[in-house]
Design a protein around this ligand. Structure first.
Ligand code: FUL
Length: 474
């Protein structure tokens, strides 16, 4: 059994591992879906596409990274192999890869170019390797597990540090298709050995699929879930099974709305920290289609998703598909710039920094002053048993306020179950401007701008005493 293995039913791990903390703090990262589909105008290739179709003539991964950084994105996951089996790196284990394509006369390596550009640009790099492979003749046999591990080994040893390995649950084989018994434990052990700091996402123990591709989120998102929930077979069951575009519009199933309430957890013997990740595309498709150039999501929609994910205890994994040139399309680049400009402007000045922050109670060691610093080195904590507390942020004058950011001290788990936020009116009364349930890694509350000299955060219920690490007022 490996450390942090998600499916040990006796495990109780209610806080993030160091590798999960890396992803938690990245908040917002990107996907790039790129393969033969980009050139055949498909979403799922069937594995018979000739290598000759893959020919990006102006590939420039620096352009991708610059665009991502303009939005404040901290990492990029590349589809090194999608369901069609075509590998974006010159794999020694298959002919179905870039080495037999016209791209750089067969001498190119997209994974290298992209990972180098990420490193140069100071963002992290992750790999998507589709377990389902429609090209490999080994798929459906035990040897496929060897093949898959050989490919993983190439990716995890030749391209520097990898922050996440993303295992898709999608499989469209259907009732008469090939059945592969994936040796998940072997894959996980290999990843832990070769890249111990990398998370294993989706069909894996460290990062949990949010359950839809539309950008839908849960109002109450918990990171502590029962062990055994969403094992790879469950993920596969809920994932896409045919190349049906309507799947991308499907929202979270009603049955899946609550994954972490006390009622939901009751009776489970094990608990595990598995934060949600919301993966969605900037366009209707995951791959580039010129016909979708006028269907790129608006900056407003993208920001709405950003608020609900990054500000709602989920990670945001936004897909930006490179086009046939090997560039992010101009429209997508513009959207990323606009998102970044808005976020930077909105959160430029944290009014809490010059405020006086107090709490109605603390344990004598961890005062509310610690909330000014956005780090996990210090935190605010009341006495055990004090599950309701009020934190008051007295500003250095009257300011227009429209956002409050709260972070729990997640190294000591997720505890808060409900809260309210008030502002002080000029006449000394208080008006509630926001209220909610879970906080977790981070809650961002946006409300109508109001002039005030004091903001009050009331934690109205918590599983055990609330422990907070940061408060921001903007
Ligand atoms: C799905 C896949 O089928 C899509 O093509 C895409 O890769 C998405 C991220 O996951 O399950």
């Amino acid at each position: 059994m490996y450390p942090n293995f998600a499916y040990d039913k006796t495990l109780v791990k209610c806080h993030p591992s160091p590798r999960q903390m890396i992803v938690e703090q990245m908040e917002f990262y990107a996907f790039a879906h790129f393969t033969v589909n980009t050139f055949t105008d498909k979403e799922w290739g069937d594995g018979t596409e000739p290598e000759s179709v893959f020919n990006p003539t102006e590939l420039n991964a620096d352009q991708w990274v610059d665009a991502l950084k303009s939005a404040g994105i901290g990492g990029l996951i590349l589809t090194c192999k999608h369901h069609d089996g075509f590998c974006l790196w010159p794999s020694a284990y298959t002919e179905h890869c870039v080495k037999n394509s016209p791209f750089k006369n067969g001498k190119g390596d997209v994974v290298k170019e992209v990972s180098d550009a990420c490193r140069k640009g100071g963002i992290k790099f992750g790999v998507y390797l589709s377990p389902w492979d429609r090209n490999s003749r080994l798929y459906g046999t035990d040897e496929y597990n060897d093949y898959f591990c050989s490919q993983l080994t190439e990716l995890l040893t030749q391209y520097g540090d990898i922050f996440t390995v993303w295992f898709d649950g999608a499989c469209g084989e259907g009732p008469n298709g090939k059945r592969q018994v994936y040796d998940w434990e072997r894959y996980y052990a290999l990843i832990r050995k070769l890249q111990p700091d990398a998370c294993i996402a989706i069909c894996g123990p460290d990062v949990r699929w949010c359950g839809n591709e539309a950008g839908d989120t849960r109002p109450s998102e918990w990171s502590v879930l029962p062990v055994g929930f969403e094992e790879p077979d469950d993920v596969a069951e809920k994932s896409q099974k045919s190349d049906d575009t309507s799947f991308r519009e499907k929202t979270i199933d009603a049955m899946q709305r609550d994954l972490g309430s006390r009622e939901f957890l009751q009776g489970n013997t094990g608990l595990n920290w598995r934060p949600a990740e919301t993966d969605t595309s900037i366009r209707p498709g995951w791959f580039y289609h010129a016909s979708e150039d006028d269907k790129v999501r608006s900056t407003e929609t993208l920001l709405d998703i950003w608020y609900r994910t990054v500000g709602g205890n989920s990670k945001l994994l936004l897909n930006i598909p490179p086009d046939r040139r090997g560039l992010f399309h101009e429209v997508d680049v513009q959207r990323l710039r606009e998102m970044g400009a808005y976020i930077r402007k909105t959160f430029a000045v944290n009014l809490a920094e010059n405020a006086v922050i107090t709490a109605d109670t603390d344990d004598g060691y961890h005062s509310a002053d610690a909330l000014k610093i956005n780090s996990y080195d210090e935190y605010y904590k009341p006495f055990d048993g004090d599950n309701q507390v009020t934190v008051t942020i007295k500003l250095d004058g009257v300011h227009d306020v429209s956002h409050v950011v709260i972070k729990e001290h997640i190294p000591m788990s997720q505890r808060v179950e409900s809260y309210g936020i008030d502002i002080r009116n000029p006449d000394g009364t208080y008006a509630e401007v926001a209220a909610g349930t879970t906080i977790g890694y981070q809650k961002i509350e946006k409300f109508d701008p109001a002039a005030t000299d004091e903001v009050r955060i009331r934690i109205t219920d918590s599983r055990v005493c609330p422990i907070l690490s940061f408060v921001g007022v903007y």
